[in-house]
Write a new protein. Sequence first.
Lengths: 130, 265
Amino acid sequence: METPTTCLVVDDSRVVRKAARRILERHGFAVREAENGLLALEACRAELPRLVLLDWNMPVMDGLEFLNAARAEFGPERPVIMLCTTESEFDRIVLALAAGAQEYIMKPFDDEIVTGKLVQLGLLAEDVGP
Amino acid sequence: MNAESFAAIAALVRTRSGIVLTPDKGYMLETRLAPILKREGVASLDMLALRLRDIRAERLARDVTEALTTNESSFFRDGKPFDHLRRLLPGLMAARAAGHRLRIWSAACSTGQEAYSVAMILSELGMRQAEILGTDLSREVVEKAREGFFTQFEVQRGLPVQMLVKHFRQEGARWQVRPELRAMTRFEERNLLGEHRSLGRFDVIFCRNVLIYFDPPTKGRVLNALAAQLAPDGVLYLGGAETVLGLTEKLMAVPGERGAYALAR
């Protein structure tokens, strides 16, 4: 059996984490969860995931701080970091991309959006339906 | 809804658009026509079918046809044809005289995602001297395509975020295609079953996921009409589930490229 693609879902809302987990697990991803940036950094140090799905506004350490810290510590490519946030202002998106995020989802999201982005990122084959 | 009403509405849609609604589409009629029932104050689909019998109900007939033939769309839908287009265009341009304006037709363009996806590719290849024509049966979607406004949901379907920030500007909760791309595109109302000779010749034609709604003779007729507008070395893209086999002699599959067709030699 193929090794599953690993994903860390970082969001302070348990409901959002569960929703994301459901979509990712349907595609065979191995999912871990963290409820803020600091816990996410620790999870990355324990084992670097292939993908981080990252909320922006969280207590303790927010998404942008995590993004900067992760790029400084793990380099520009890995893990693949996809924001998933209610922040939908043009400038915020540009800011996250400049900080090294590879993709960006504006909440609310659905299965089709997440699946489509995973295909674009090369983490899923194209023929996979939502 | 009784079978007679379904048959009457299906016949109307078929006459106007060529699209065949099979009896299993009853649920689709109900969901798609609900807004029209509400707007017109009509109690049921049976009542609507009665009203459509009146030949003066032109606007209503048109709205019903539009509601039943409008399809969902996304940017770079089914990525393969766009990858192929990226590889095709440089060679195609090289075979043209200097100053040639590439002409690309998005037939059944819906709300414009396909046409704008092509515009983004051309822009990134530095081929802005191009004309992209989008046509659709539905006046409503043509108007929407022309404006180039998309919701937050729509711009997240198929569109990489780097392309979003490069080719769109945000206006409140919506995103609009930038003027440079809109200047390359033109949208007009057009029935695929009509006469297309006046449109002239195209280097590339997209006609995806429309033929599936037609019966075989209509498919053949549309394919022949599209082939007649295609440049000798041009490419026609069909939907992944569509084929030309047994429908026309004028087109053949491009080997190894799903959905891409060229004129038969």
